[in-house]
Each structure stands twice: as structure tokens, then as C-alpha cells.
Design a protein around this ligand. Structure first.
Ligand code: PLP
Length: 394
């Protein structure tokens, strides 16, 4: 099996989750909207999953809408609310520069469709500050959306403080909690949010199912219209088997959240310490707490991230240079640029993300493989000596 260091991109489905899901493919396959027995059984399973997930994030079951995943939840959070609160345009929305593309693409589209947009930068320590949001609030600000934990650098934001600022200004607060869920506590009451996006496949559940928490009383125009499922907030025959898997995955993740966070953060720190001490001109992008226990964001100066990725892949290691969506593009990661990493250094990004089956042994093997790869790439590089050598300018 590959030595997997990309748990932030997706996770293998936990065998216990698969086992719980199996009967809903074959035996309890009914449409949850049908009135006969097997339909009602499927409905019960769906509502049971909803209750279990809702309870684990401090929500009421009717506040949870099942969606196809984080991307759809992020889209709906903006589009569905603005369609109700500002159907003729003219609303102001605020987000940050290091959101997932599922947010950034939507807000840019909204800005082209008669809404005003402010993009707030995170500070160099990797966090978005409530004070910086407060300065941007306008009388017509309707939705503020700030990611709870960033998927490339792992920074965790003080969403409760940001909610407070948004509410004082009369706006709704949404957070993308896809990376936070299952790794740190996510409680919608404590966070004070109106909307929150979740996805199952980042927490050892199946792909293609997620949820949007929508606080009771929030007006909402369904993004997907049709048969009126999910209390007329998201049409389409519900993914019962996915919901069952999502609930099981969340229960498992929360079962030993604290112990797992300690185990993962030890390996994260090992990776950062070991790489930065064994290779000159390397650093962690941010090391400012609070941050996720499982992401080691590294910058290896003078080397292309893609070159490291491909050579590590040849040796059986799966790593990432940043968000999956930006791989294959030559542009530097918008996340790294947003926290002030210069363009030429951002190209040397290596994001190592750990998870349930990560071991210290694999981390040691990765560092042992990476060090000679970087040394070789640097030796071949015509610019490395010029940039970082004795007469270098960096
Ligand atoms: C993965 C991810 C998403 C997208 O979720 P999908 O379920 O894959 O659509 C959104 N936001 C963040 C922060 C993510 O990491």
C-alpha cells in the first residue's frame, strides 16, 4: 500500500463505515420518500443519521440539510441565502483570501452579478482576525464566510469572535468546517454560526455526501429544486447509504478525537522539525496555534513542489503541493500567497497531511526519501546556487 500523506485531500473509507453502509445498498434500498415498509425503513435510517450527526455538532436535526458534499454546501450558503435576503442584488459579502475554491469561485461569480465583495487577507501568522472583519462591515453586509480550519496550512480561526462581529453588523455568518470536523471540536452553538459546511469523505466516510447546517429561522432558497426533499431545501432522492456512512464516520472520529490529535500532532511536529533541520533553506509556512494536528505545511526553497511530488510518488509516497484543485496548474497557491509567502518560494510547497493510518515509521521513511530528492533537485537547479548560495540574495 502507498504511504499516504494526503489525508486533507480525501481519506480511505473506514472499514467499520463500509460495513454499516452495506445493507443500505442491497437490503434496505427503498426510496425514503415512499410510503411502503422498505421506504419507511430507509426514511428511518436517514432521519436516524441526521439525528446522530446533528447531536454531535450541537444542532437540531431539522437544522441539518444533507448535500452532495462540501462544495455544494459552500455554494448553497451564499446563493441560497442571498436569493432570499437580497434577490435583486446590492448585498455586500465578506470572505477571506484563503478560502477553498468552492467559496472563492462563488463569491467572484456573485460579484459579477450585482453584489459587492470584500476579500479580507489572513495575517502572516495564518489566521483571519475578527478585528479585520469588523473594519470591512457595511450597512448592507449580508453574509460573512470564513473558513474554520484551512486545508493547506491548517490554521484554525476564532469563528466565535468572527460570528459576533458579523451578527453585530446584521449579517449571517457561514463557516466551511470541512477540515475542522473530526479533528477539533465543532459545535454550532459555541461557534454561534448561522451556517456551516461539512463533508464525509474528509473524515473516513464516503464521497458524495455532506451537510449544511442552517440555523433555525434562516431564510433559504433551495439551490437544487425539484421534488422538495430535505424539507424543500434540497431536492433529489436522498443518499441514504451515504448519510448512514457519514453518521458512523463522525461517531468514530469523535470517539478518540483528543488522543488522535495528540498522536497526529507529534508526527506533524516530527516532520516539520526533521525536514527543517536536515535540509537548509526550508521552513514551515505557519506554526502559529491554533492549527490542525494533522497538517505539516512545508516550504522547500529553490525546488518545484511538483518535482518533489512526482519523485516521491515513484517511491510510493503520496503527497501534495497544496490543494488538490490547484495541482496541475503553474500558478502558486492562493493560500500561500495570501499569508505573504513570495511567489518564487511558494512554488516549493509541500503539504503533508496525516490521518488514521499514518505511522511514525512512515514519517521517518518519508523524510529519508525526501532529503536526497531535494539535494539532487537543488544540485541540478541552475538558479538554486544563485538564489541561496554564499552569494545568494535570499
Ligand atoms: C475538501 C474541501 C471542500 C470540498 O468538499 P467536497 O465534499 O469534496 O465537495 C470544501 N472545503 C474544504 C476546506 C475542503 O477541504
Amino acid at each position: 500500500m502507498t504511504k499516504y500523506f494526503d489525508y486533507a485531500a480525501t481519506t480511505p473509507t473506514d472499514p467499520r463505515v463500509v460495513e454499516e453502509m452495506l445493507p443500505y445498498f442491497t437490503e434496505h434500498f427503498g426510496n425514503p420518500n415512499s410510503l411502503y415498509t422498505i421506504g419507511r425503513d430507509a426514511y428511518k435510517a436517514l432521519e436516524d443519521a441526521r439525528e446522530r450527526i446533528a447531536a454531535l455538532i450541537g444542532a437540531r436535526p431539522e437544522e441539518l440539510i444533507f448535500t452532495s458534499g462540501g462544495t455544494e454546501s459552500d455554494n448553497a450558503a451564499f446563493i441560497s441565502t442571498l436569493n432570499r435576503y437580497a434577490p435583486d442584488g446590492g448585498a455586500h459579502i465578506i470572505t477571506s483570501a484563503y478560502e477553498h475554491h468552492a467559496i472563492l469561485e462563488v463569491v467572484e461569480w456573485l460579484a459579477k452579478h450585482d453584489h459587492e465583495l470584500t476579500i479580507v487577507k489572513p495575517r502572516a501568522d495564518g489566521h483571519v482576525y475578527a478585528d479585520d472583519i469588523a473594519k470591512e462591515m457595511r450597512p448592507n453586509t449580508k453574509v460573512v464566510s470564513i473558513i474554520m480550519a484551512n486545508n493547506e496550512i491548517g490554521s484554525i480561526n476564532d469563528i466565535a469572535a468572527i460570528s459576533h462581529v458579523a451578527h453585530e453588523g446584521g449579517a449571517l455568518l457561514h463557516t466551511d468546517a470541512v477540515q475542522a470536523l473530526g479533528k477539533i471540536k465543532v459545535d454550532v452553538g459555541e461557534l454561534g454560526v448561522d451556517m456551516l459546511s461539512l463533508s464525509a469523505h474528509k473524515i473516513y466516510g464516503p464521497r458524495g455526501i455532506g451537510a449544511l447546517y442552517l440555523r433555525r429561522g434562516t431564510r433559504f432558497d433551495p439551490l437544487i429544486k425539484g421534488g422538495g426533499q430535505e424539507s424543500r431545501r434540497r431536492s433529489g432522492t436522498q443518499n441514504v447509504v451515504g448519510a448512514v456512512g457519514f453518521a458512523k464516520a463522525l461517531e468514530i472520529a469523535l470517539d478518540d478525537l483528543d488522543a488522535e490529535a495528540i498522536r497526529l500532532s507529534r508526527m506533524r511536529d516530527y516532520l516539520i522539525d526533521e525536514v527543517t533541520s536536515r535540509l537548509e533553506n526550508t521552513l514551515a509556512t505557519v506554526e502559529s496555534d491554533p492549527r490542525l494536528p494533522n497538517i505539516a505545511p512545508l516550504l522547500i526553497k529553490g525546488v518545484e513542489g511538483e518535482a518533489m511530488l512526482l519523485q516521491l510518488d515513484n517511491l510510493g509516497f503520496s503527497v501534495s503541493t497544496g490543494s488538490a484543485c490547484s495541482s496541475g496548474s503553474l500558478e502558486a497557491s492562493h493560500v500561500l500567497l495570501s499569508v505573504g509567502v513570495p511567489q518564487e518560494i511558494a512554488h516549493g510547497s509541500l503539504r503533508l497531511s496525516l490521518g488514521r493510518w499514518s505511522t511514525q515509521e512512515d514519517c521517518e521513511a518519508l523524510v529519508d526519501a525526501l532529503v536526497p530528492i531535494v539535494e539532487r533537485l537543488r544540485a541540478m537547479s541552475p538558479v538554486y546556487e544563485k538564489m541561496f548560495g554564499s552569494e545568494g540574495y535570499m
